[in-house]
Design a protein around this ligand. Structure first.
Ligand SMILES: [Zn+2]
Ligand SMILES: [Zn+2]
Length: 361
């Protein structure tokens, strides 16, 4: 029996989102039906609403979610109803050329539910990042539902499903931050602060937070930044050099994703340092750097997709670090809201007033 549930839908480009009743089918082979308990509001949801990702309206928004498995498809053997899960937008296929080479975080054929969720009139919905969790129930591929310790509060645990994992993984998986490293993070929203927390947990000696907003820099200190730089007042490249004996950092993370911040990250590295770009740029942005500087400064220029995470490996680790009070996931939750408040939450996010608003169902 299909389920009629309340959900947040972006009906057309740049229009406010609407709360609607949608139809969620029972799970078929390889699928699970999840009863959503909490789902964070992410910039990507707003990008979908603005038509900046593609034109496949209507979108079912929401993708940073935790909940419980309500039903599983016929052939699903590793999940049972009642399991507590965080939803992932990467579910490696196990068969593509990346998976077969042991690099499933680059999977080319990540799994999603096969059956569509629809509006009441039968119009199929495009779920954000293949999830669609601003809804009382959602349908995902079994591989997208990652079991974690049920002691973790859903409004905190759900954030691991996107922004927190992206930032944490940018530092730990992509940047390979290790004991004794110096690290700078540009942009201290949810993703940047997660990178700061990850770098700190990985044993970085110095973690320098760079932002133009003092409130964000205060938050960065709570997540483990050892130093802060307000780049509205100070040249961040010079400030970072000063804080590192004149050398620059081992790993510079651009959590903004614009040409100026990328250049700052590029030049604030030590000799042969690593740059990690995790902030998502707008499609029309271009970068202009002297090729001789790219060559002569050495090191690595990397992009981090979803923190190069493997959800089944990484989600339970972050949940354990949260439950043992080493990772302050709760600190990312600025407010909890209801489904009908997503549109206002987009405004607060856009103005930089919150790290995360989280819908609680
Ligand atoms: Zn694959
Ligand atoms: Zn997201």
């Amino acid at each position: 029996m299909p389920h009629e549930v309340r959900a947040v839908v972006a009906v057309k480009k740049a229009a406010p989102v609407e709360e609607q009743t949608i139809v969620v089918p029972d799970p078929g082979p390889g699928e699970v039906l999840v009863s959503v308990q909490a789902c964070g509001v992410c910039h990507t949801d707003l990008h979908y609403r603005e038509g900046a990702i593609n034109d496949d309206f209507p979108f079912l928004l929401g993708h940073e979610a935790a909940g419980t498995v309500e039903a599983v498809g016929a052939d699903v053997s590793d999940l049972v109803p009642g399991d507590y899960v965080v939803l992932a937008w990467r579910a490696p296929c196990g068969a593509c050329r990346s998976c077969l080479r042991g690099r499933p975080w680059y999977c080319f054929d990540s799994r999603n539910a096969a059956q569509p969720m629809t509006l009441l009139d039968g119009t199929p919905l495009s779920p954000a990042l293949g999830i669609g969790a601003f809804a009382e129930k959602t349908l995902v591929a079994a591989g997208q539902a990652v079991k974690v310790d049920p002691a973790a509060r859903p409004e905190a645990a759900g954030l691991i499903g996107c922004g927190v994992m992206a930032g944490y993984g940018a530092a730990v998986n992509t940047g390979r931050v290790g004991r004794g490293d110096t690290v700078a993070v540009i942009g201290c929203g949810g993703v940047g602060n997660a990178a700061i927390a990850g770098a700190s947990l990985a044993g970085a000696r110095r973690v320098i937070a760079v932002d133009i907003d003092e409130a964000k820099l205060d938050a960065a200190t709570r997540f483990g930044a050892t130093h802060t730089v307000n780049s509205r007042r100070t040249d961040p490249v010079e400030a970072v050099r000063e804080l590192t004996g004149g050398f620059g950092v081992d790993v510079a993370i651009d959590a903004v994703g614009t040409p100026p911040t990328y250049k700052q990250a590029f030049y604030m590295r030590d000799h042969a340092g690593v740059l990690v770009q995790v902030g998502v740029p707008d499609p029309e942005m271009k970068i202009d750097l002297p090729l001789i500087d790219i060559f002569s400064r050495g090191g690595a220029l990397k992009s981090s997709w979803y923190g190069d995470c493997l959800p089944t490996r990484d989600f339970p680790i972050l949940v354990d670090q949260y439950l043992t009070r080493r990772l302050d996931l709760g600190g990312f939750v600025s407010e909890t809201i209801t489904l009908d408040q997503v549109e206002e939450a987009f405004g607060r996010m856009h103005r930089g007033e919150v790290l995360r608003s989280v819908v609680v169902l």
